[in-house]
Ligand binder design. Structure first.
Ligand SMILES: Cc1ncc(COP(=O)(O)O)c(C=O)c1O
Length: 403
């Protein structure tokens, strides 16, 4: 173990070293493929597990952001054994593959799925008091029959730290969580905890400011709670994140209110843990040169279009920087299936690899078979320098979601 974070930390975090990207023999990895780097995942898990033990928070993984279940045995090595699911399918995955505590929160549950969700859940949070009232009889009956299930209500602190509307759960007219004005203290019988989620790729300062608002607006109800789930968005594995501040905030909050704290990040687990490997299939010219790749921005990196953002490409720079500029385009017929313009230090050749960086969290879980284009493999670059092809996708998987 090498200490990479400053020694001056009050809660020192020891991190293992990671494989340099230059050491990965990209040409030997079949393309296209999402490649998770085991050493980078271990680095994140080492950090998260130390934050967990220093702070006393329970840190579970949000499946919506990271649910690569072939890595769950590694996650368990670091004491990460709980997951938060946003649907029946994710709850089933949590039970079957994670085999730890199953937390569930969804903006609304359906009558059809609720009984199964209730059976699977250890913690179940409701987005509104109307949903809690609707399903309360089932919860109470299950408890009477011996089922241990903790119930939470998601609150909306109406305090936003996130500027992108698409990712701001505390924006105007948000449907996510109960506002102070709509809070129903009369319906708290049977409720064990409060849940809030308002952050996205945020630092500890954002959590501190949010907690001040939560305590000011919902502090009246905290003494009757057993736990508070502070949601996700805590990007503790990003370089420069103030882990000391997070740890101290959690310790102080737990002491102030005498309750348990749960954090459920997704991005922090998969942050900077791997790549999308692609190959140049053709180069076309129409005022600008476009390299056509064997991946699609629309089908394989939809956040690039939704957010939008410019993904990193290994060895590439900004247009004009390195002498050879290319738009990088995908293989679907969508005119906008174009990633951005990048500069390379040489003319791209057909068959050459183009590697997109940080393509694990949220990217892998959002892919589709649009146009029937080949879905990238999923593989792991192991810490011992070997490549494991975990899953390939073919016609059967494409056909399975059609009828
Ligand atoms: C309720 C809830 N919890 C946790 C998360 C995970 O957040 P992140 O991946 O930003 O850490 C999300 C993300 O949308 C969420 O909606």
């Amino acid at each position: 173990m090498t200490i990479l974070l400053p020694q001056a930390l009050r809660y020192p975090i020891e991190l293992p070293e990671v494989t340099p990207t230059a050491a990965v023999p990209w040409d030997t990895i079949p393309s296209p493929a999402f490649v998770l780097d085991e050493s980078r995942l271990r680095r994140n898990l080492a950090l998260i597990s130390q934050v967990q033990s220093h702070s006393g928070a329970r840190i579970i993984v949000a499946f919506k952001g990271f649910s690569m279940f072939s890595t769950f045995p590694v996650m368990r090595e670091y004491g990460i054994s709980g997951a938060t699911a946003s649907s029946l399918n994710e709850a089933l995955l949590a039970r079957q593959e994670m085999r730890g505590e199953v937390h569930v929160y969804a903006p609304a549950y359906s009558e059809g799925e609720f009984p199964q969700i209730l059976e699977l859940a250890n913690h179940l949070s409701f987005n509104s008091f109307s949903q809690w009232e609707r399903f309360r009889p089932q919860v109470m009956a299950a408890r009477q029959a011996g089922k241990h299930v903790q119930i939470g209500i998601r609150i909306n602190p109406e305090y936003a730290e996130v500027e992108t509307d698409l990712y701001n759960p505390a924006g105007p007219h948000s449907r996510l969580g109960v506002t102070r004005a709509n809070f129903r203290p009369d319906l708290l019988d049977g409720v064990d905890g409060l849940h809030f989620h308002t952050l996205c790729e945020s630092d500890a300062g954002a959590l501190e400011r949010t907690l001040e608002v939560v305590e000011r607006n919902f502090g009246d109800y905290l003494p009757q709670m057993k736990w508070v789930n502070m949601g996700g968005g805590h990007l503790m594995t990003r370089q420069g994140y103030d882990t000391d501040r997070l740890i101290e905030l959690v310790i102080a909050f737990r002491a102030r209110w005498n309750l348990d704290v749960i954090l459920e990040p997704g991005s922090a687990f998969g942050w900077q843990t791997g790549w999308l490997v692609s190959t140049v299939l053709d180069v076309v010219e129409n005022g600008k040169r476009t390299a056509l790749l064997d991946v699609s921005v629309s089908a394989h990196m939809p956040d690039v279009l939704e957010m939008p953002y410019r993904p990193g490409v290994l060895g590439a720079g900004l247009p004009g920087e390195l002498g050879h500029d290319y738009l990088l385009g995908g293989t679907t017929c969508l005119a906008g299936d174009v990633i951005d313009e990048y500069a390379f230090d040489h003319a791209l050749q057909v068959g050459e690899r183009v590697i997109f960086d940080d393509m694990i969290h949220y990217t892998m879980v959002k892919t589709s078979f649009f146009n029937g284009v080949k879905h990238p493999d999923i593989g792991i670059w192991h810490a011992d320098g070997t490549y494991e092809l975990v899953r390939e996708f073919g016609y059967d998987q494409f056909r399975a979601k059609l009828s």
